[in-house]
Design a protein around this ligand. Structure first.
Ligand code: RIB
Ligand code: CA
Length: 314
């Protein structure tokens, strides 16, 4: 069964590979790419989505720009992680893939209303667009099969000691999504840090002998330099494609049911995801929480996607 999905992203190195996986894997049907401010400004994340689609030959998927800032707090980009462009490393050609004029939330709503079956949303960025969709068009909730997001963590953070970047950037949006009643699967840092892009992985992309394979190797090489400089990690975790992989084959990402709450008021912990698999707080489970990754299957699907796209582009 091919699962219809929309990816909501802030390219971003890992978002870029998530787009490629979503566009090429036969298990999913990518209906749209929507962008949001996060890793970089909306202008830059949208330009980067166009760049990725151009270099990957993804020409049949509409791209729509969404929210330029979080619901309440000012935007704080991750230029320390992804660079000034948001996609530093490779040199990209002028994009030939354009955006559609609709706002991301309007495009998502139209697709949800018109598509013959419920659609899975795959946010790999701050949840501002998704929260706005659920708030402005609550009737769309029944048309969403599930929300499989990259964000949060069962353990520590990566933007503060307690909070992961996507949730920290817009905690109110994450709170709205987690309390919105739509089935949510959370792929947090605890599982995405199992998707380490080792030199062997980078060599698989470089060894494809295609322009796209080389671009992926260059993206991962830049990402590796960032993780070594900022966190002393020799291999970077490729966060966002893990959420896509969960939709492609749930067996690749093991999950447990748990209550997940977003801390909105903590002086030191705002943006933390408080995950309670043992029910200490007596609250019902409101999410499936990813806990383990089949690394071999994950990387095989990722490399197969880039191979397929590379074969399509001249
Ligand atoms: O914390 C990792 C997440 O923040 C990823 O989605 C990355 O692209 C950044 O958006
Ligand atoms: Ca992202």
């Amino acid at each position: 069964m091919t699962v219809p999905i929309i990816i909501d992203c802030d390219p971003g190195h890992d978002d870029a590979l998530a787009i490629m996986l979503a566009a090429a894997d036969p298990a999913v049907d990518l209906l749209a790419i929507t962008t949001v401010a996060g890793n970089q400004t909306l202008e830059k994340t949208t330009l980067n989505a166009r760049r990725v689609c151009t270099v990957a030959g993804i020409t049949d998927v509409p791209i729509a720009a969404g929210c330029a800032r979080p619901l309440l707090q000012p935007l704080s980009v991750a230029d320390d992680v992804h660079g000034a462009s948001g996609l530093d490393g490779p040199r990209f050609p002028e994009p030939t893939v354009d955006v559609v004029p609709e706002h991301a939330v309007e495009l998502m709503r139209r697709i949800l209303v018109e598509h013959p079956e419920p659609v899975t949303l795959v946010p790999t960025a701050p949840l501002t667009n998704i929260a706005l969709l659920l708030t402005r068009y609550p009737e769309c909730a029944s048309r969403i099969r599930e929300i499989v997001l990259m964000g949060g963590s069962t353990e520590r953070g990566n933007r503060t000691p307690a909070a992961e970047f996507n949730v920290y950037t817009d905690p109110e949006a994450a709170d709205i999504v987690l309390r919105g009643g739509v089935p949510v699967t959370m792929c947090g840092l605890n599982v995405t840090h199992q998707a380490l892009a080792t030199p062997e992985v980078v060599a698989r992309f470089a060894g494809l002998g295609t322009e796209l394979g080389t671009v992926c190797a260059e993206l991962l090489t830049f990402f590796a330099s960032t993780y070594l400089r900022l966190w002393g990690m020799p291999h970077p975790p490729l966060h966002d494609p893990v959420a896509v992989a969960r939709v492609i084959d749930p067996a690749i990402v093991d999950c447990v049911d748990a209550n997940v709450a977003v801390e909105l008021r903590g002086t030191h912990t705002r943006g933390a995801t408080v995950v309670d698999p043992h029910g200490y707080l007596g609250r019902p489970a409101n999410a499936r929480v990813a806990v383990a990754l089949d690394r071999e299957a994950f990387w095989d699907r990722m490399v197969a996607a880039v191979t397929a796209l590379g074969a399509r582009t001249p």
